[in-house]
Ligand binder design. Structure first.
Ligand code: GLU
Length: 303
């Protein structure tokens, strides 16, 4: 009989600020779940956004987590060291004809979104691969941003690698075309809730790469989770809807699908004024104020 495979958990902070209690909660939850089930706990540095990532924040992540009493497997995966993995994923999507270049500014998008969606009211006609929108009351994507109106979708599609090397251009996923390659009933398994419908169309034609950022968070996270053999993605509920998009990318790239558990955000915690203000403090501030690691763990409600 083969031994049951070990579950693999990860904590994946972005080094663009100091860790606060919310991060400690997420990291501890992953660490505890791994430890209790005899699983593995990985740390991943999500420094794909080179403009926002700073070495001092990365150093602080290691220091603060160790101070809190966490231990993780080495080597740590740093996204900035694996650009070729993301390029390979982009090439696969490109080979499926799912990427197109876009040079729209935010202003262009706002203007075109208004125009595109109001003209659809009159004619009722849509390009075949246009995502269905409620034209009068166009809902934003789950992060609250305008859905991309598809202005550049019909542009000539040269290979992704060539497009990115030209600079100043983003690569978008042709969502309409991507949906045709996926089953309509794509779901993920959410802890405690079962199968959740993915609904990736809510994100529209998302940006998957830019010249200065070789992969968007969405692309990098699914590639990394697969390459690291992550079986359980445990993260904040602010990423719940993003999982629907991740699920589509996994399908298109033929990647394994982890189980998901989206936990509440610690800032939702009820409490008096003092404990609320302490909740928004960074771990280093709390340490500087003399808090002990056990006290900080207790503040998260976890051991
Ligand atoms: N890097 C993301 C963040 O710091 C977390 C991504 C994830 O857990 O999937 O918010």
């Amino acid at each position: 009989m083969s031994a049951p495979s070990r579950r693999v958990f990860r904590f994946a902070p972005s080094p663009n600020g100091y860790l606060h209690l919310g991060h400690a909660f997420s990291a501890l939850m992953n660490f505890n779940l791994a430890r209790e089930g005899g699983g593995r706990f990985l740390l991943r540095i999500e420094d794909i956004d080179r403009a926002r990532s700073k070495p001092e924040y990365e150093a602080a992540i290691y220091e603060d987590l160790a101070w809190l009493g966490l231990d993780w497997e080495r080597p740590v995966r740093r996204q900035s060291e694996h650009f070729s993995d993301y390029a390979e994923a982009l090439e696969r999507l490109d080979a499926l004809g799912l990427l197109y270049p876009c040079d729209c500014t935010r202003g262009d998008i706002a203007r075109h979104a208004l125009r595109a969606f109001s003209s659809e009211v009159g004619t009722g006609s849509r390009e075949e691969n246009t995502i269905r929108h409620d034209s009068n009351d166009q809902p934003p994507d789950p992060d609250g941003a305008l859905l991309y109106p598809g202005t550049c979708r019909a542009k000539e599609r040269s290979p992704a690698r060539e497009i990115l090397s030209k600079g100043g251009v983003a690569l978008r996923l042709d969502m309409g075309a991507a949906l045709k390659l996926a089953p309509a009933n794509l779901t993920w398994n959410e802890f405690g809730a079962g199968a959740i419908p993915a609904q990736p169309e809510r994100w529209g034609d998302v940006v998957l790469a830019r010249k200065d950022t070789p992969a968007s968070y969405h692309l990098a996270v699914v590639v990394d989770d697969a390459l690291q053999g992550v079986t359980d993605v445990v993260r904040g509920e602010d990423l719940f809807h993003a999982t629907g998009l991740h699920r589509l990318l996994q399908h298109l790239l033929g990647l394994p699908v982890p189980d998901y558990r989206h936990h509440r955000l610690l800032r939702d915690t009820e409490g008096d004024k003092l404990s609320k203000s302490r909740m928004s403090r960074t771990l280093r501030d709390l340490r500087a104020e003399g808090a002990a690691p056990a006290e900080v763990r207790a503040m998260t409600g976890l051991r």
